[in-house]
Each structure stands twice: as C-alpha cells, then as structure tokens.
Ligand binder design. Structure first.
Ligand SMILES: Nc1ncnc2c1ncn2[C@@H]1O[C@H](COP(=O)(O)OP(=O)(O)O)[C@@H](O)[C@H]1O
Ligand SMILES: [Mg+2]
Length: 362
C-alpha cells in the first residue's frame, strides 16, 4: 500500500507540472510513476494485478503523448509560438562571431572555458566533470559590447539566441509574471540548444526594497527556481546569460551559488581593442585612405565600442555627403574621423569606472 501512495504522489506532481507547462518535469514524473506501477502489478495477483497493469498502461500512454508532442520539427515551431505570445523577438542564431568582437580577451577566455568548450566537447567535459550551465552575469559600462558578445557566443555554439526584454515578461496580473517566466524556459527548451539573454536584468529583478508587489516577488522566485533547475539538469543545453550596467541594483538573491554565480566584468576597450574597433568598423568602406589607427585609439580613451562605432558611421556619412555635393569620389581619411571625435564626448567617465571598481572590491 505504501507503494501505491508514493505512486499517486508522483502522479499528482506530474499532473501539476503538466498543468504548469513544465512538460519535461511532467514526463519525468510520469515515467517514474509508470515504472513503479509496473512493479506493483508484477507483485500483485488476480484482479488487482490486472487493474494495476491497466493503470500502468494508461500512464505510459500519457507520457508518450507528451514526449511526442515535443518531437521533431514541431519543437521549433512551438518554441517560436511561445516567444511570440510573450512578445519576444523571434529566436535566431546570430551571425556575429568571436572575431567580430574587439578586445575583451579575458572575457572571451572565461566564456570559452565556461560555455563554449563544454558545449562543443560535451563528452570530454563530462569525463572531466567540468561544471557548466547555470547562469552568467555580464556587467560593465554601457556600450562595451555585452549584448554583442552574447550574440557571438550563440553563434559559436550554434544556439538560438533569445533576447528577453524584461518589460515583455512582467505582468501585474495574478500569477501571470511567473507563468510568463516558466513559459520562457519552456520555449528555450523547445528551441535548445539555446541561450536566454536577460538584458538589463536589474529592471527585472531589482534589489529588494520591501515595497515591491507580490507579483514581482513571485516572479523573482520563479526565475530562481527555473535557473536552479537548469543547473541541476545539464543535459538540457540551455544557457542563461544576463547583462546589466548597474550590478549594484540587482536583487542579491540571484547572485548566489547555482544561480547567476559567474560574474564577469566587461571593461571599456583598451588601446589595442580600440585599434581593432576602428579597423572592424571601417572594414567595409571601400574608398578608405591610409588610416592611422593608433592615432585614433590614442584620442579615444574612455570611449565605448558603441561610441567608436558611432564615430565611424558619422565620419563616413560626412564624407559621403561631401561626395554627393561635389561629385568627386574622395576616400575617408584619418582627419575626417578625428574631427568627429572632437565633436563627441566619451560615454564613460572616471566616476563611473570607480563605481565598478568599488563593486568588484566588495
Ligand atoms: N568590443 C566590441 N567589439 C566590437 N563591437 C563592439 C564592441 N563593443 C561595442 N561594440 C559595438 O557597439 C554596439 C553596442 O554594444 P552593446 O553590445 O549593445 O553594448 P552593451 O550591451 O554593453 O551596452 C554593438 O552593436 C557593437 O557594434
Ligand atoms: Mg546591451
């Protein structure tokens, strides 16, 4: 009788999970219930035995149906539909690669060892018991390439990039916020391998002030549950990466072990990275003069990658207008770029950098 009680509890869990849309969990529990029910039938006799066997058959059918509903081509379509219903842009494998990312060598190495290699060399990493999965938090000044590098990661591991804007998940309707979060993870599973990217995570899970709504609190705890679940089920091929310019504004609960416990600082580009940034951002311009990249890098300390991209665009635009006016096809020169640098202030300042240093020193 003890066994039957346990089986029923497992079934209850399965049904609850199914109702919540956590199909993998549901399948796992149905399977367990099925195995025990078969055993119970084997141990029983007569009518009892027949009844248990029928029940086992029933459970088997249920979970086969669930498993099949996740099969093949259908998975992608379903995952996409869920994202659409959550107002999240369609998933894609981005075209950006690690070579398009200037500088950030430490960041790249960290990501290679924690995400890319374990995913690419799965069996090997299991043999060496390399831990991976869970969540990673990128923080640093705006425009330093946090979003950009996550796209490159997705490309390197050929994973679907799911770009989550916090405002599309939040809802003050009772239960809706949690449901959205759990649906998001369901979609990520269907689209796996996938990367869920929470941009501006500080707005999704702000530091607790004691005045937040119940909806917000439950949303955070749902997120923690989902992330924790992934850490313990590494075979799911889902990575969670979050980014923020304001790491000090995040609810600390999400930074604990097993959650977003790998924290990586994404610094402003150093000299070499700025040289590379100018080279990359001008690489598609055909009428290009002999550019003094080192001079440009010297003049752009504390400019972010985004600033440098903007400067290049603006300089090229200026030259283009000149060409249209005069009908004279001239190349873009170092001076054209320098004159734009003088017009634009860097978006990073010393005070801001000091704040990050303080945060890291804690
Ligand atoms: N290290 C970098 N290498 C190449 N491009 C960069 C880099 N940093 C920033 N950029 C450029 O600036 C743009 C904005 O960067 P983004 O990733 O959105 O910054 P963040 O998310 O850190 O605010 C990117 O689309 C990219 O073109
Ligand atoms: Mg960003």
């Amino acid at each position: 009788m003890e066994d039957l009680y346990k089986i029923n509890r497992t079934l209850e869990t399965a049904i609850k999970m199914e109702a919540e849309g956590k199909l993998e969990e549901a399948i796992k529990n149905y399977k367990e219930a099925y195995i025990h029910m078969v055993e119970l039938a084997r141990e029983s006799k007569g009518a009892e035995r027949k009844k248990r066997a029928e029940q086992a058959e029933q459970i088997l059918k249920t979970y086969k149906r669930l498993e099949n509903s996740d099969a093949g081509e259908d998975r992608l379509e379903k995952g996409k539909k869920i994202l659409e219903s959550l107002n999240i842009e369609p998933p894609e494998i981005p075209k950006i690669t690690f070579d398009d990312v200037a500088g950030l060598n430490d960041v790249k190495n960290e990501i290679l060892s924690k995400i890319i290699y374990p995913m690419r060399y799965k069996e090997l990493s299991q043999e060496y018991n390399i831990e991976f999965g869970g969540g990673m938090l990128l923080f640093g000044p705006p425009g330093t390439g946090k979003t950009f590098i996550v796209k490159a990661i997705a490309n390197e591991v050929k994973a679907n990039f799911i770009n989550v804007n916090p405002s599309s998940l939040y809802s003050q309707w009772f239960g809706q916020f949690e449901k959205n979060i759990s649906q998001l993870f369901r979609a990520a599973y269907l689209l796996s391998p996938s990367i869920i990217f929470f941009d501006e995570i500080d707005t999704l899970v702000p530091k607790r002030s004691g005045t937040e709504s119940d909806a917000a609190k439950r949303g955070v705890s749902q997120l923690l549950t989902e992330v924790g679940g992934l850490t313990s089920e590494k075979d799911k091929n889902i990575f969670i990466i979050a980014a923020t310019n304001n790491p000090w504004a995040i609810d600390e609960a999400i930074l604990r072990p097993g959650r977003f416990d790998v924290k990586i600082y994404v610094p402003p580009p150093d000299f070499d990275a700025r040289v590379k940034l100018f080279q990359l951002k001008l690489s598609k311009i055909k009428p290009l003069g002999n550019i003094d990249y080192e001079e440009l890098a010297k003049l752009t300390e504390r400019y972010s990658g985004a600033d440098i991209e903007f400067i290049c665009k603006k300089a090229v635009q200026n030259v283009f207008m000149e060409v249209i006016k005069t009908g004279n096809k001239i190349p873009v020169t170092t001076d054209d770029i320098i004159s734009v640098i003088y017009q634009i202030k860097p978006s990073i300042d010393e005070r801001m950098l000091e704040k990050y240093r303080e945060y890291m020193a804690q």
